[in-house]
Design a protein around this ligand. Structure first.
Ligand SMILES: NC(=O)c1ccc[n+]([C@@H]2O[C@H](COP(=O)([O-])OP(=O)(O)OC[C@H]3O[C@@H](n4cnc5c(N)ncnc54)[C@H](O)[C@@H]3O)[C@@H](O)[C@H]2O)c1
Length: 342
């Protein structure tokens, strides 16, 4: 039996607890959650105990593994303490929002010896898996270029996330698209240039980027563009716009994952994400399958990934995006890493 503790009893922490309810040979021992209101909700909805902090969770329940589902900017302390205690880890994306934090987490994971998966959930998305196998089969030739858009309506930064001002479309959304394209094309990014704009969300009280566009160049000269905005209209037909395309020398793959084949709209309803919720008795969807795979991998010892070093790479690229926006220059990743002392 593998025991798992969950740090952060918000949207993701609760989803992961539910996804693991019927997982064989796995027990969720409890949450850690500093907010009394969230802790009470989690306790009454799940019946699981809730510790006040991750250190209490470690002391009281000594789990084999810990899921870090705290806000984007609050992964470091939890992940470092848990990794140094030798526990296995699932850390939500982004691994961290600064180079310092990302490197500290990676050092702790390598030193502690636990296994680690960073929550790039699209690798468990059936559409992305089909794209991956088409590209890997070679039938589309060599990747030439790719583009990916992942944006949210205002509701996400203004209502869903209480900490949006401490994140951004780049930190909350681009980890998904960067991971997806790097995984699909198998290339190594070497330079980044980016632009962004802000002011619209700031007027609504959320002082962060409205929109970020990035151009990434890879080691073989191929390219990819990434766009993320937190400014889609709430009156639209959903909270997510998610599309990607990879163009190869002999073909292309194009995906619109925004609605997954179903759009339901009324004056009162936003279109749901069809690949979520229950099918029969089973909870379905990419994050569900990801956490279940993590747990199954802990039980049977099979490979876990994407791991912490890939998480570091994605954080480096997003830090380089921020640097490029700030300086107006293209950022060479090797020079950027060297300057950071990596
Ligand atoms: N919500 C989504 O759709 C989604 C999707 C993919 C990934 N994620 C990622 O999952 C992570 C969590 O996001 P969320 O949407 O669940 O946020 P959330 O705000 O719903 O939940 C985070 C919880 O962590 C708690 N917390 C803060 N600091 C803590 C600490 N030190 N110890 C324990 N708990 C702490 C907060 O009180 C909050 O209840 C983020 O990194 C986010 O990017 C979220």
């Amino acid at each position: 039996m593998v025991t798992i503790g969950i740090v952060g009893a918000g949207l993701r922490g609760r989803l992961f607890a539910e996804a693991l309810e019927s997982q064989p040979d796995v027990t969720v021992v409890g949450f850690a959650e500093p907010s009394t209101r969230v802790a009470e909700d989690a306790k009454s909805a799940t019946g699981l105990p809730v510790a006040g902090s991750h250190t209490e969770l470690l002391e009281e329940f000594n789990p084999d593994a810990v899921i870090v589902a705290t806000p984007d900017f609050a992964h470091r302390q939890v992940a470092v303490d848990v990794a140094e205690a030798g526990k296995h880890l699932l850390i939500e994306k982004p691994l961290a929002t600064t180079l310092d934090d990302a490197y500290a987490i990676a050092v702790a994971v390598h030193k502690g010896g636990g296994r680690c998966l960073v929550g790039f959930e699209n690798r468990w998305n059936p559409h992305a898996l089909q794209a991956k196998s088409a590209i890997a089969s070679g039938s589309l030739g060599e990747p030439i270029t790719a583009s990916a858009t992942l944006s949210n309506s205002y509701w996400v930064p203004t209502t869903m996330l209480s900490w949006a001002a401490k994140s951004s479309p780049a930190w909350f959304l681009m980890p998904h698209t960067l991971d997806l394209v790097l995984w699909l094309n198998g290339r190594t990014p070497v330079s980044v240039s980016a632009v962004g704009s802000r002011g619209v969300l700031a007027k609504r009280g959320i002082d962060t980027w409205d929109v970020v566009h990035a151009l990434v160049t890879f080691d073989d000269g191929s390219t990819a563009t990434f766009s993320s905005a937190w400014t889609l209209p709430d009156a639209g037909d959903g909270i997510v716009d998610f599309r990607f395309q990879v163009i190869g020398t002999e073909g292309s793959v194009t995906a619109d994952l925004s609605h997954q084949g179903l759009t339901i709209v009324s004056d009162k309803t936003r279109s749901p994400w069809p690949l979520s919720g229950k099918v029969g008795r089973a909870l379905v969807g990419a994050p569900v399958w990801m956490v279940q795979d993590f747990a199954a991998g802990l039980v049977d010892g099979s490979d876990l990934g994407p791991g912490v070093d890939h998480g570091v790479l994605i954080t480096e690229v997003i830090c380089a995006i921020e640097e490029s926006i700030a300086t107006g220059q293209t950022v060479d990743l090797a020079t950027f890493r060297q300057a950071a002392g990596a």
